[in-house]
Write a protein that binds this ligand. Structure first.
Ligand code: GCV
Length: 658
C-alpha cells in the first residue's frame, strides 16, 4: 500500500509517532468480524472502527477470532500468541487471548505498511514479561527535574506534583506500546522521593487512573517503592524486613493496591543503591529484603523486580582494590537460590551503567537459580541524550545474541525474567526530543518480542509505519541510523574504557578526567605510558574471573580480548597493537576523526530528505544534527588532545590535534 507522507496531519497533540492515521488508510470501508469479549477486545473494536472498517457477522474481509474457532489455527500456544494469514484477499487473525488479538491487529498494520501481500505467520513472544520503566517523578526533583534522565520535555503522567488532568497522551502512548508488544509499565522513578512514596498510600487514585488506561491496551501497571516507607511515612520506627510489624505494613499496603487494581503488576525496587534505603541498614541482605516484599504481593500473584544495580558510590579513587564492575556479582551471586519465585532480579546489561560499550554483566549467567531480567536503557543517558542520532537496535541485538557460555543459550534465552528498559518519551511534540529516537522505543518493543529480529528490518518497519512508502526516505534514514551507534562509539570514550562524560553537565559531552578522581568507581587510569583498567585475575581486580568459559580466558588475555573491550579489561601501552593492526593511540585518533566525518555525512543525507518528511520534523532533526556535529567535534578534539598530551605520540596522518 502507499501511505502518503503525513505532512498535513493534524497533530494537535504532537506528532503521532509510528501510527499516523494514514497507516490504516487501505482498510477504510472494508468489513471485519471480531469475536470475543472484554476490555482489550473493546479497545480492538474501537481500533477497527477508527480505521473506518465496519463490523459484519460473516464473510468479512478480516476475521479476528480465538484459535479454537478458526480452522487450521495452530494449537498449544499461549494467550499472547496469534496466527496471521492473508490469502486471496481475506485476512485471518486467530488469537490465544485478548492481547494476542491486539498484537495480531498491529502485525497486520505493519504488514500493510510494508507493502502487504500473501502471508501466513504464527507469532508468540519469547518472554512473558516485556516491560518499560519510567523514571518520572511526580514532584519536580531539584536536580533531576520532572523526569530523571529524561530528554523529551516533561512527564506524560505528572506535572509539578500531580497527575496531569489531560491523560489523552497516556492513551496514545499505551496504544503505541501495545503495537510493539509491551505488556508491563512502571509509572514512577526507581529513586522514590517522599511525594512518590505516597503513590502507594493516600495517592493510590493516581495509580488507579493510569492503570485503567494501560489495562485497556493489555498492559499491567507496576510501582517503584521506597524500601524505608514504613519508617519514612511515619507509621513505624523501623523498616527492618525481618520485623513482623514491617511485614504486616507491606502486606496491608499490597492488599490495598490489589483491592483497587486487581491486575496490578507489583513493585520495582532500587535498594541500597546510590543512596536509596534498603535492608543493609538492619544488617539484612537483599534476599531478606526482596522476599519480604515478594511475600506481601504473592497472594495476588504480584511480582517484585529487585534491581542488581548495587555498588559503593562513595569509593576512594586511591583504592585500587575496589572495582565497581565486580560489585553486583559479589553481592548477588552468593544469594542465588534464596530468592522467592516471584522475585525477579533486574540486571543492567553491563557491569557499570548503560555505557556505549560494555561487556555483558556476569550476574546474568551467574544466577542460575534466580529469575533474572535484562535491563536496557532506551533513554539515551550515555548515548547522546536524544541530541545525537544513535539507533540502539544493533547494540541490543548484539547483547541479546551474546552466548554467555560459548555455544549454549543466548542471553535472550537465558533471561527467564524477561526484559525491562527505561523509556525515552516525554511531553515533547515529537515525544522523544530527537524524532529519530522514536526508532529506539520501537526497536526495544520489537526485540523484547523477538530478540532474533534484524535491527535493519526493524528500522524498515518503523520507517514505513512513520513516514510511508517513500523509498528515498527509507534509504536515507537507514543510512543515517544503521551504523549510528558505532559512529557514536567512534567519537566518544574509546575501546570500552567507558565514561569520560561530564559530571557537571549531567553526563552530556566530554570530560576525560571528569570522573577520574571521584567517588563513583569509574576510572580509566590513563598515564604517560598507557590507558585502561586491569581487571584480570592475574594482575588486576579479578573481574574476568566472574565469567564462565570461554569468556573468562578470552577476556583475561590481551591476545584474545576483543578490540572493542580491551580497555575495559586491560591497562595497555599506547603502542599496543590491536587485532585490527592499528596501535591503541592510532586507533583513538583514527576513529575520532572518522566519527566526525560520519556525522557530516549523516547531515548531508538528512538535508536531501527535505520536502519528503514533515517540515517541522525535518527542521528538528536538522537542528539536532547540527548539535551532534558540534558535540562530536568537541569529543574528538578533547579526546585526541588529551591522549596526544599524555603519550607524546603524534598522529601518523599528521592531522590537527591541539
Ligand atoms: C535512576 C545511573 C543514572 C541515575 C539512575 C541510576 C539507576 O546512575 O545516572 O540517574 O537513577 O543509574 O539506574 O538507578
Amino acid at each position: 500500500m502507499t501511505i502518503p507522507a503525513p505532512h498535513s496531519e493534524a497533530v494537535a497533540d504532537g506528532h503521532p509517532m509510528w501510527l499516523p492515521e494514514a497507516v490504516t488508510g487501505e482498510l477504510r470501508d472494508r468489513t471485519v468480524t471480531v469475536l470475543g469479549e472484554g476490555a482489550v477486545l473493546d479497545t480492538l473494536r474501537a481500533e477497527v472502527a477508527r480505521a473506518g472498517m465496519s463490523e459484519v457477522r460473516a464473510d468479512a474481509d478480516l476475521l479476528i477470532a480465538p484459535f479454537d474457532v478458526v480452522e487450521d489455527a495452530p494449537e498449544g500456544l499461549g494467550p499472547e500468541a496469534f496466527f496471521h494469514r492473508v490469502r486471496e484477499g481475506r485476512t485471518v487473525i486467530a488469537y490465544g487471548g485478548p492481547n494476542g488479538a491486539l498484537y495480531g491487529w498491529f502485525h497486520h498494520l505493519r504488514h500493510l505498511a510494508r507493502g502487504g501481500g500473501e502471508l501466513a505467520s504464527t507469532q508468540e513472544p519469547l518472554h512473558e514479561l516485556r516491560m518499560l520503566d519510567h523514571w518520572d517523578n511526580v514532584a519536580v526533583h531539584p536536580h533531576m527535574g520532572q523526569v530523571e534522565r529524561g530528554y523529551a520535555g516533561g512527564s506524560i503522567f505528572y506535572d509539578d506534583g500531580r497527575l496531569r488532568e489531560d491523560l489523552s497522551r497516556v492513551g496514545a502512548y499505551a496504544r503505541l506500546l501495545a503495537s510493539i508488544g509491551i505488556n508491563r509499565v512502571t509509572i514512577n522513578n526507581v529513586n522514590v522521593g517522599p511525594r512518590e512514596a505516597r503513590l502507594l498510600t493516600d495517592d493510590l487514585g493516581t495509580v488507579e487512573r493510569l492503570a485503567a488506561i494501560f489495562r485497556s491496551w493489555g498492559i499491567r501497571t507496576h510501582l517503584s517503592i521506597n524500601f524505608a516507607s514504613p519508617l519514612t511515612l511515619g507509621e513505624l520506627d523501623t523498616s527492618d524486613p525481618l520485623e513482623p510489624a514491617v511485614q504486616r505494613w507491606w502486606r496491608d499496603a499490597a492488599a490495598r493496591v490489589f483491592t483497587r487494581i486487581p491486575d496490578f503488576g507489583g513493585f520495582l525496587v532500587k535498594a541500597d543503591s546510590e543512596g536509596q534505603p534498603g535492608p543493609y541498614a538492619y544488617g539484612r541482605d537483599h534476599a531478606d529484603g526482596a522476599n519480604m516484599l515478594a511475600r506481601a504481593v504473592a497472594p495476588f500473584e504480584g511480582l517484585v523486580h529487585w534491581r542488581a544495580f548495587v555498588y559503593n558510590h562513595r569509593q576512594d579513587w586511591r583504592d585500587r582494590t575496589t572495582d565497581r564492575a565486580r560489585a553486583a556479582y559479589d553481592t548477588f551471586v552468593p544469594l542465588d537460590g534464596r530468592f522467592d519465585d516471584n522475585v525477579i532480579l533486574q540486571v543492567k546489561y553491563g557491569p557499570l551503567d548503560f555505557q556505549v560499550r560494555e561487556p555483558i554483566s556476569p550476574v546474568i549467567p551467574g544466577m542460575t537459580r534466580t529469575r533474572v531480567a535484562l535491563e536496557l536503557q532506551v533513554t539515551q543517558e550515555y548515548t547522546g541524550q536524544q541530541q545525537h542520532a544513535v539507533y540502539l537496535g544493533p547494540q541490543w541485538s548484539e547483547i541479546l545474541a551474546f552466548r554467555p557460555t560459548g555455544d549454549d543459550a543466548t542471553l535472550a534465552e537465558a533471561v527467564q525474567g524477561g526484559i525491562a528498559a527505561v523509556s525515552n518519551v516525554g511531553s515533547d511534540d515529537f515525544w522523544t526530543g530527537h524524532p529519530l529516537a522514536q526508532a529506539n522505543l520501537y526497536a526495544y518493543g520489537r526485540l523484547a518480542w523477538d530478540p532474533t529480529l534484524d535491527p535493519g528490518t526493524i528500522l524498515d518497519e518503523w520507517i514505513a509505519l512513520t513516514f510511508g512508502a517513500d523509498d528515498q526516505v527509507r534509504r536515507g534514514i537507514r543510512s543515517i541510523l544503521d551504523d549510528s551507534w558505532r559512529t557514536y562509539e567512534m567519537y566518544t570514550a574509546p575501546l570500552g574504557v567507558c565514561f569520560m562524560v561530564s559530571p557537571l553537565n549531567r553526563h552530556y559531552g566530554p570530560d576525560v578526567d571528569g570522573y577520574e578522581y571521584s567517588a563513583w568507581g569509574t576510572y580509566h587510569f590513563a598515564d604517560r605510558d598507557g590507558v585502561g583498567v586491569d581487571r584480570t585475575v592475574k594482575t588486576g581486580t579479578g573481574f574476568t574471573g566472574q565469567y564462565s568459559e570461554p569468556w573468562a580466558s578470552r577476556y583475561e588475555s590481551v591476545d584474545t580480548v576483543p578490540d572493542e573491550l580491551i580497555l575495559f579489561f586491560h591497562h595497555v601501552p599506547y603502542t599496543h597493537r590491536l587485532h585490527s593492526g592499528s596501535t591503541v593511540i592510532q586507533h583513538i585518533y583514527d576513529t575520532h576523526f572518522a566519527g566526525v566525518e560520519r556525522v557530516d555525512e549523516m547531515a548531508v543525507t538528512w538535508d536531501e530528505l527535505e520536502g519528503r518528511v514533515p517540515s517541522d520534523l525535518h527542521r528538528r532533526v536538522g537542528e539536532r544534527l547540527a548539535e551532534q556535529r558540534r558535540s562530536a567535534i568537541e569529543w574528538r578534539d578533547q579526546i585526541n588532545t588529551y591522549f596526544w598530551r599524555k603519550s607524546g605520540i603524534a598522529d601518523e596522518a599528521g592531522r590537527t590535534i591541539y
